[in-house]
Design a protein around this ligand. Structure first.
Ligand SMILES: C[S@@+](CC[C@H](N)C(=O)[O-])C[C@H]1O[C@@H](n2cnc3c(N)ncnc32)[C@H](O)[C@@H]1O
Length: 218
């Protein structure tokens, strides 16, 4: 799968690309390309944004700048999905992540400041996604969230069993994961539930199902 991210801050992705599971699937399952709007802007002095018509605070990513970036990479608006990352978009959830992971090519556009000139969303993008009902300062973190969530679903990204019993997985009926514990078995008087150290795998399994259902019902 090819994922292209357009951003004002390509270097922000340096940390993410070194982390597993993304690092494990980069170059095999995922080809991640980062493009900076400033590298292709048609405006002087690396300008990419401008004040809103009608007044108001802040600056908007210009439509000619976003179009030039897409032209430089694809020779126009590509056939595949081009997603604007915006708090006004369709909420991201695991179902949407699975849908995105099914695409062969995906382009993510991020903005900063006051956001996008609306024509970027209406004429250059196929759809818009929000990572949650809150406003961040830029689309870089949202793009990383989308890329990381997609990476986890790629073959070879995780140890064989781990994604199967994860929160939102069909194995947990779409619910949340059961509580998990590791050593020590007791710390400050806080004990791990006896069932987990019983060695009785059938009891452990049904305890986990019960716990997952109870948590999911809350
Ligand atoms: C400060 S926000 C712009 C908010 C915009 N003025 C509004 O009121 O809807 C700047 C950029 O950060 C990104 N962003 C912020 N919050 C986001 C969210 N919840 N989901 C996706 N992208 C977000 C988007 O790319 C957005 O254009």
């Amino acid at each position: 799968m090819q994922i292209d991210v357009f951003t004002l801050v390509p270097h922000a992705f340096g940390w993410l690309t070194e982390q597993r599971p993304l690092a494990s699937v980069l170059g095999t399952e995922i080809d991640l390309r980062l493009f900076g709007y400033r590298d292709t802007t048609p405006l002087a002095n690396g300008q990419v944004d401008d004040a809103p018509y009608g007044g108001g605070p802040g600056m908007l990513l210009r439509v000619d700048v976003a179009a030039a970036a897409l032209d430089a990479v694809y020779g126009g608006v590509p056939e595949h999905r081009v997603i604007a990352l915006t708090p006004q978009g369709r909420p991201l959830d695991q179902r949407v992540v699975e849908e995105l992971a099914g695409e062969e090519r995906l382009t993510l556009l991020s903005a900063r400041y006051e956001g996008f000139d609306e024509r970027i969303i209406t004429h250059l993008c196929s759809d818009a996604i929000s990572i949650g009902p809150y406003v961040l300062s830029g689309g870089e973190l949202p793009a990383m969230v989308v890329v990381d969530a997609i990476a986890r679903l790629q073959p070879g990204a995780l140890a064989e069993e781990s994604p199967r019993h994860e929160t939102f997985s069909p194995e947990l009926e779409g619910g949340v994961e059961f509580p998990q514990y590791t050593r020590p078995a007791e710390f400050r008087g806080w004990r791990v539930p006896d069932v987990l150290v019983s060695g009785d795998h059938a009891r452990i399994e049904s305890w986990r199902v019960e716990q997952s259902r109870a948590r999911s019902a809350q």
